[in-house]
Design a protein around this ligand. Structure first.
Ligand code: BES
Ligand code: MN
Ligand code: ZN
Length: 498
C-alpha cells in the first residue's frame, strides 16, 4: 500500500474515491462544501433526500458527481463534534475502508479536513488514520488452502492543508511503521502453536536482523541458558519437545555508550497449563500466550523502520508449556538466574517463571528502563476487562509515562498498584518465593513476583491478557496490542534524550 499526503484541491484530485465527512444533522464539512459548490448543490440535494444523516460511521457512496475528477464520492458520517473521539474516529475509518474494499477500488483520498476527530493535533490524526486504515488491510490466510482475495486498494492519500504537510508526512511515516509492527504482531499471534514455536519466533527475530542493519539478533539455546543458571525459565519447557529460546534483539540507533531501553516479552507459544492442566474449553486460545513476545518483535520492527535515535534491546522468553513425564510438577523448586529459589505450586503460572529469568538477564544491559509485556493473568480480564492494558511499576513516574504513551497512541492502559502488603501472599515454607499468591489480586501478585527480580532498574509490567486477542466469532484473532503504546513510549524517550 502506498500512503501519501495530498495538499491539492479535492475538486480536481484524480482518485477512485474522494471521502468527505458529513457532520451530525447533515452539516457539510469544508471539503463537502467544496464538492457541493463545484457540483452545483448535488451533495446537498442528496442529503436532502435523507439517505444519510451524518451519524458516526454511516456511509453513502455516490457515483459520477458532476464537476469533479474523482470517480466516486464517499460521504461518511462523523457525528456531533463532541463525539469525535478516538473510538468514533476509528469507527469512521473502518467504515470507509469497508466500502473501499468491498467495491474493489484501487485508490482513495481521505479529505476529513481534520474534522473526523475533535483532536486539534494534525500529527495524531494523520498517524491514527494511517495506522487504522492499515489495520483494515490485514487479513489472515497463512494456514488456509484458499487464500483471501487480494485487496485491490493500493493508494491511499490523505488531504491536509499546505502548512500542515510536513508534520502530516512525519505522521504518515510513523503510522505506516507502527501499522506494519501491529500486523507483524497479529500474524505471529494468529499462527497456530504447531507452527509458531519458540524456534519459529527465534527465526523471525533473526529475519528481522537480516532486514535491518540497525538490528542484531542473538539466540540463547537451552544449554547456554543452563550455563547461565536460568533454571526457572528452563523449567517451563521441560515437558515440551520444543526447545526453549531466549531471543535477544539489539536495535542500535543511539550513541554507542547510551543506556538502552529494554522490552521483554512473554513468549509461551502454547500454554496447556502443564501438569496443572487447564480445562479443555477454549484452550486453543492459549496459542495467543506469546502475544507479549509478538508485540515486542512487532515494536522492534516498527522501531527499525522509524529509525529512532535511541538504543533498544528486545528480549523474548520463549517456551512451550506442556505436561509430560519430564514436566515440572507442583511443589518442584527451582533456582532462578538471580539465585532466589521458587516453589512452583502451580505450573500454569508459567509466564512469571520465564519472565523472572529474562528480567534478571537484562540487568547486564544497564537499562534506562525496562518494560515487560505479557498475557500474564486471567485475573487481569476480571479486573480491567478487554479494553485496557494493566500497568504495574516500581517507579510511579515511569508508570505515568507508560499511561501517557497509551493515551497518545490510543492504546489504552490503566495502572494497578504493587504494594508490599500483597507480597506476603507469595510466602513459601520451602523456597524464597512461591509462584502463586491465591485468588485475590491475581494480577498484582503476579507483578509482586516479578518485582523481586527488577530491583536494579526502573521497570513497568504490562499485562495484556485482556487486550491481546479477541475471542469473538468472526473477529477472533490477535489485536497487535500494545505495539502502538510501546512505539509511542520509545518515540517519547527519543524526544526526551535529544
Ligand atoms: N496465560 C495465562 C493467563 C491467561 C489466561 C491469559 C486466560 C489470557 C486468558 C497464564 O499463564 C495463566 O495460566 N495464569 C493463571 C495464573 C494462576 C495459576 C495463578 C491464571 O490466570 O489462571
Ligand atoms: Mn498458564
Ligand atoms: Zn500463560
Amino acid at each position: 500500500m502506498d500512503f501519501e499526503i495530498f495538499t491539492g484541491s479535492i475538486a480536481t484530485a484524480t482518485t477512485d474515491c474522494a471521502i468527505v465527512g458529513i457532520g451530525a444533522n447533515n452539516q457539510l464539512t469544508p471539503s463537502a462544501t467544496t464538492l457541493d459548490s463545484v457540483s452545483d448543490g448535488y451533495i446537498s440535494s442528496i442529503l436532502a433526500d435523507g439517505d444519510i444523516q451524518g451519524k458516526a460511521g454511516e456511509t453513502l457512496l455516490l457515483h459520477r458527481v458532476p464537476g469533479i475528477n474523482a470517480r466516486r464520492v464517499l460521504l461518511i458520517g462523523l457525528g456531533e463534534q463532541k463525539d469525535r473521539h478516538d473510538r468514533n474516529h476509528r469507527k469512521v475509518i473502518k467504515a470507509a475502508m469497508t466500502v473501499l474494499k468491498s467495491n474493489r477500488l484501487n485508490s482513495a483520498l481521505f479529505a476529513f479536513d481534520g474534522l473526523a476527530s475533535n483532536d486539534p493535533d494534525t500529527y495524531r490524526q494523520v498517524r491514527h488514520l494511517t495506522e487504522w486504515a492499515g489495520a483494515e488491510l490485514y487479513q489472515y490466510d497463512e494456514t488456509k488452502s484458499k487464500k483471501a482475495d487480494p485487496i485491490q486498494l493500493n493508494q491511499l492519500a490523505i488531504c491536509v492543508d499546505e502548512e500542515q504537510a510536513d508534520i502530516a508526512e512525519f505522521a504518515l511515516q510513523d503510522g505506516v511503521a507502527i501499522s506494519n509492527g501491529v500486523s507483524t504482531a497479529r500474524e505471529l499471534g494468529n499462527l497456530p502453536g504447531n507452527i509458531c514455536t519458540p524456534t519459529y519466533l527465534a527465526d523471525q527475530a533473526v529475519a528481522l536482523a537480516a532486514e535491518h542493519d540497525s538490528v542484531e539478533t542473538t539466540i540463547l539455546d537451552e544449554a547456554e541458558m543452563a550455563e547461565l543458571g536460568m533454571h526457572c525459565l528452563l523449567s517451563v519447557g521441560h515437558g515440551s519437545e520444543q526447545p526453549s529460546k531466549l531471543i535477544v534483539m539489539h536495535y542500535r540507533g543511539g550513541e554507542e555508550n547510551e543506556q538502552p531501553h529494554v522490552l521483554v516479552g512473554k513468549g509461551i507459544t502454547f500454554d496447556t497449563g502443564g501438569i496443572s492442566l487447564k480445562p479443555g474449553g477454549g484452550m486453543d486460545e492459549m496459542k495467543f500466550d506469546m502475544c507479549g513476545a509478538a508485540s515486542v518483535i512487532g515494536a522492534m520492527n516498527s522501531l527499525a523502520e522509524m529509525g529512532l535515535p535511541i538504543n533498544v534491546v528486545g528480549v523474548v522468553a520463549a517456551a512451550e508449556n506442556m505436561p509430560s513425564g519430564h514436566a515440572t510438577k507442583p511443589g518442584d523448586i527451582v533456582t532462578t538466574l538471580s539465585g532466589q529459589t521458587v516453589e512452583i505450586l502451580n505450573t500454569d503460572a508459567e509466564g512469571r517463571l520465564v519472565l523472572c529469568d529474562a528480567l534478571s538477564y537484562v540487568e547486564r544491559f544497564n537499562p534506562a528502563s525496562v518494560l515487560d509485556v505479557a498475557t500474564l493473568t486471567g485475573a487481569c480480564i476480571i479486573a480491567l476487562g478487554t479494553h485496557a492494558t494493566a500497568v504495574l511499576s516500581n517507579d510511579d513516574a515511569l508508570a505515568q509515562q507508560v499511561l501517557e504513551a497509551g493515551n497518545q497512541a490510543a492504546d489504552k492502559a490503566w495502572q494497578l498498584p504493587i504494594w508490599d502488603e500483597d507480597q506476603e501472599q507469595l510466602d513459601s515454607n520451602f523456597a524464597d518465593v512461591a509462584n502463586i499468591g491465591g485468588r485475590p489480586a491475581g494480577t498484582i501478585t503476579a507483578a509482586c513476583f516479578l518485582s523481586r527480580f527488577t530491583k536494579a532498574y526502573r521497570w513497568a509490567h504490562l499485562d495484556i491478557a485482556g487486550v491481546a486477542w479477541s475471542s469473538n466469532g468472526k473477529a477472533k484473532g490477535a489485536s497487535g496490542r500494545c505495539v502502538p503504546l510501546l512505539c509511542q513510549y520509545l518515540m517519547n524517550q527519543a524526544v526526551e534524550e535529544e
